[in-house]
Design a protein around this ligand. Structure first.
Ligand code: MTE
Ligand code: MO
Length: 322
């Protein structure tokens, strides 16, 4: 008599239990490698950030470039600002309805000094700096733009983020009266973006208030927009009305719309293709060359800012955390 017979356990129950244990093992394996199933998902948490050591000289070397600038006319008439339509010329035509003054930003979450603050007060004490940054759109075109603005990290520090502030979430205005594109469910409005706190505090992260020495035109995200030059252009959220310090990776508008195509990090990376197209090269819209025939150039890791930002991602699998 077998042990099973002695205990009168039907064989089916034993099989079921074996399957059950197998499934538990499988689930545990998945849990140990969350990126396998949840890469870039708001529920999944990436490995802790590496400690960054970057010298002021290293940072400064990223503030300018000798590359040919994109013409003012192209910077201000070839835009992505879906709140004013999905066509490239739509924002320059439709964004005139955006009232940029008065403007205030609601700062909240994990910080000692939350509150709604008028834009003038947010920028008080800062002298606008010029930064010439490359902007690489995920669609495959790029520009070189002279911006005016202030370092994001210095602005954020004024609100005294707590130790629980692991991420920063940004929100664009979502007013259908001023933004005709909001009638269409292209994205889940309002537009939202986010950064890990160390990314936000990096000296290259910038809040722009102008370009080409003038105030920011509405179509470029007036009166306040984010620039994270080593990431795809869509991380550069426009017309910001809210900044929140949060503990968990915040949901973002593009990730929410297509999680398999737009990850939270979205670092420019020629070796990680978009699921529907290659990211190996880009069409540089610069100089006097016609936009349509602009030359294609190879895309660089971190949009050419690897020397300044690669240390932020030390030990991180950039294919998993795209
Ligand atoms: N609120 C908001 N911010 C946005 C967008 C948008 O549609 N809405 N488009 C993004 C994308 S895809 C890009 S490439 C840049 C374009 O900035 P630019 O028009 O100033 O060149 O803005 C980003 N910021
Ligand atoms: Mo973009």
């Amino acid at each position: 008599m077998s042990l099973r017979d002695a205990l009168r356990i039907p064989s089916a129950a034993i099989t079921d239990e074996a399957v059950y244990h197998d499934r538990r093992r499988l689930l545990a394996a998945f849990a140990a490698t969350p990126a396998l199933t949840l890469a870039g998902c708001a529920d999944a948490e990436p490995p802790p950030a590496a400690k960054v050591t970057i010298t002021p000289a290293q940072a400064k070397s990223g503030f300018r470039t000798a590359e040919e600038l994109t013409r003012y006319q192209d910077v201000t008439s070839y835009n992505n600002f879906y709140e004013f339509g999905t066509g490239k010329v739509d924002p320059s035509r439709a964004a005139k309805t955006l009232r940029t003054s008065p403007w205030s930003v609601a700062v909240g979450g994990e910080c000692a000094k939350p509150g709604r603050i008028a834009l003038e007060d947010l920028l008080k004490g800062f002298k606008p700096e010029e930064r010439i940054y490359r902007l690489r759109c995920v669609e495959g075109w790029s520009m070189v733009i002279p911006w005016l603005g202030v370092p994001l990290g210095d602005v954020l520090k004024r609100f005294q983020p707590t130790s629980k502030a692991k991420y920063v979430a940004f929100t664009t205005l979502g007013d259908p009266q001023q933004m005709p594109g909001i009638r269409y469910p292209v994205l889940d409005w309002p537009y939202r973006e986010g950064l890990r706190i160390d990314e936000a505090m990096h000296p290259l992260a910038f809040l722009a208030t102008g370009l080409y020495g003038k105030a920011l035109p509405q179509q470029n995200g007036a009166p306040l927009r984010l620039l994270v030059p080593w990431k795809y252009g869509f991380k550069g959220i426009k017309s910001i009305v809210a900044i929140d310090f949060v503990e968990k990776m915040p949901e973002t508008a593009w990730h929410q719309s297509q999680p398999s195509e737009y990850g939270f990090f979205s670092n420019v990376n020629p070796t990680v293709d978009h699921p529907r197209w290659s990211q190996k090269s880009e069409r540089r819209i610069a100089g006097s060359a016609s936009k349509l025939f602009a030359e294609r150039i190879p895309t660089k890791l971190f949009n050419g800012y690897a020397e300044q930002v690669a240390s932020l991602y030390a030990g991180m699998d950039l294919k998993k955390w795209f």
